[in-house]
Design a protein around this ligand. Structure first.
Ligand code: ATP
Ligand code: MG
Ligand code: MG
Ligand code: MG
Length: 468
């Protein structure tokens, strides 16, 4: 059986043979790009090549790019544990043309790789095109996809954008039908969010640039940007619809089962899945220089870490566990990503410290949450004050509380939470201005809002997400 490591190599070798330069993944924290929190796709490191701002000595490239989608335009944090196909961290396999080949080559390349090299059953494949893109429709027909399996899509699903600005364009996507034993419908149908028809590959025809003022202009050159999730193609080639059934995830889930002494595939399986996923995103983020903090990137990291720690708690772990899983991850992915092994000690220490600290308040916070829920009418949302107390006193990021409530079919009054937050900030400011040093207050509070030192200050959804 081909492992994920094998499949990554097959992909890169295929495109190397087609004249593509094999380029290393860029770090998760984009260099010089304040518009983006984390690399969320393969094209991020090539943004300036599509717009013509930068030139390199190659016009074709192929990569396996580390991606994190846990905030901003592409956010899959809430999908983890609920779908079979989403991670917060995943690897995106891609091939790129910078003003070199376009639709007529990109589509046949993809088709050949998946149907010949990967030997995927053609009768299970469907494709989508942007509704006005007759050219892409015709090319799919020409490679042999029956007309009734080429679906025209009008929504933004078939117009790809990295973020609010930057290069973009219409796209075509390849889906695999895993069979009617799994819930879900074809793209464009009301049940498309199920896991039966899984999108494996997205091919973007880069031809526009979007600007902050809302205008979109055609680019000078026509380029190609593609992205295929390694874990999705891996699951498919390993005979499953579920990314968490791949060799790599099984190893991580088994490590989690060993560390917690809880059956990996019983009714607690979902917690192991979340832990395995979050282990990857947190470890890779730390390896790329992000440290837990109370705003921006560091706060996204902290939120993911603490979510994982609550799931470990639900598995009954009394002592910190996340750091004990790092060796399994390094064993699986260290060869492809040497930075992981190099940062292993730092990752383990950071996870252990964070989990040790969070454990001091986690139990009590969860007890408070239970008590609050017990005193509410069935179905009523948790009050904003309670969610704020959990945040402020017990270190529960709002989304962690929401994650805990979702399992019980409950929600939070988020307006109430925001109001409680605003009130606390106003009170803190008022108290401070009483000291008679009004002139410096504004500066001091800005510092305080973004500082690490004061543990649970500075939460601001807008701020954490708004960078993307
Ligand atoms: P979906 O519709 O399933 O959420 P997407 O359209 O958001 O996927 P793209 O932005 O087109 O995904 O990314 C390109 C490819 O990367 C997808 O076709 C898929 O194979 C993979 N991918 C996207 N998001 C994730 C994720 N959260 N976890 C794992 N793989 C992903
Ligand atoms: Mg998506
Ligand atoms: Mg999609
Ligand atoms: Mg897509």
């Amino acid at each position: 059986m081909a492992t994920l490591n094998d499949i990554r190599s097959t992909f890169l070798n295929y495109f190397a043979k087609q004249g593509h330069e094999v380029v290393a993944s860029s770090p998760l924290v984009p260099r010089n790009d304040p518009t983006l929190m984390f690399a969320n796709s393969g094209m991020v490191q090539f943004k300036n090549l599509f717009t013509g701002l930068e030139n390199r000595d190659y016009k074709r490239a192929t990569t396996s790019q580390k991606c994190v989608r846990a905030g901003g335009k592409h956010n899959d944090l809430d999908n983890v544990g609920y779908t079979a196909r989403h991670h917060t961290f995943f690897e995106m396999l891609g091939n790129f043309s910078f003003g070199d080949y376009f639709k007529h080559e990109a589509i046949p390349f993809a088709w050949e790789l998946i149907t010949k090299d990967f030997e995927i059953d053609k009768s299970r494949l469907l494709t989508t095109v942007y509704h006005t893109d007759d050219e892409a429709f015709e090319i799919w027909k020409k490679v042999g996809v029956p007309e009734d399996r080429i679906i025209r899509i009008e929504t933004s699903d078939n117009f790809w954008q990295m973020g609010p600005t930057g290069p973009c364009g219409p796209c075509t996507e390849i889906f695999y039908d895993h069979g009617d034993h799994i819930w879900g419908g074809p793209p464009g149908s009301p049940e498309e969010d199920g896991d039966r028809f899984i999108e494996i590959w997205n091919i973007v025809f880069m031809q526009n640039e979007q600007f902050e003022d809302g205008s979109m202009v055609p680019l000078d050159m026509q380029s190609i940007d593609t992205g295929m999730g390694l874990e999705r193609i891996g699951a498919l080639l390993q005979g499953s619809h579920d990314n968490y059934d791949t060799d790599l995830f099984k190893a991580l889930i088994e490590a989690s089962a060993d560390a917690t002494s809880v059956d990996p595939y019983g009714d607690k399986n979902v917690h192991h899945r979340v832990i395995a996923d979050h282990l990857r995103s947190t470890s890779f983020l730390i390896a790329d220089g992000v440290m837990p903090s109370n705003d921006g990137r560091g706060y996204v990291l902290r939120r993911i870490m603490r979510r994982a720690m609550r799931h470990a708690h639900l598995l009954g772990s009394k002592d910190p566990v996340m750091h004990r899983l790092v060796p399994a991850l390094v064993q699986q992915m260290g060869a492809a990503y040497p930075e992981l092994g190099q940062a292993q000690a730092l990752i383990e220490e950071t996870l252990q410290l964070e989990e040790t600290r969070f454990k001091q308040t986690l139990d009590r916070g969860l007890k408070l949450l239970d008590d609050e829920l017990g005193s509410l009418d069935t179905g009523a949302p948790l009050s904003g004050e309670a969610a704020f107390k959990l945040y402020d006193t017990y270190g529960f990021p709002l989304d962690l509380t929401q994650d805990a409530l979702r399992e019980k079919g409950r929600t939070v009054d988020t307006d109430g939470f925001d109001a409680a937050m605003a009130e606390q900030k106003a009170k803190a400011r008022a108290a401070w201005s009483g000291s008679g040093e009004a002139a410096d207050n504004a500066v001091w509070f800005d510092v305080l809002d973004s500082a690490d030192a004061t543990d649970f200050l500075g939460y601001d959804t807008e701020k954490a997400e708004g960078q993307v």
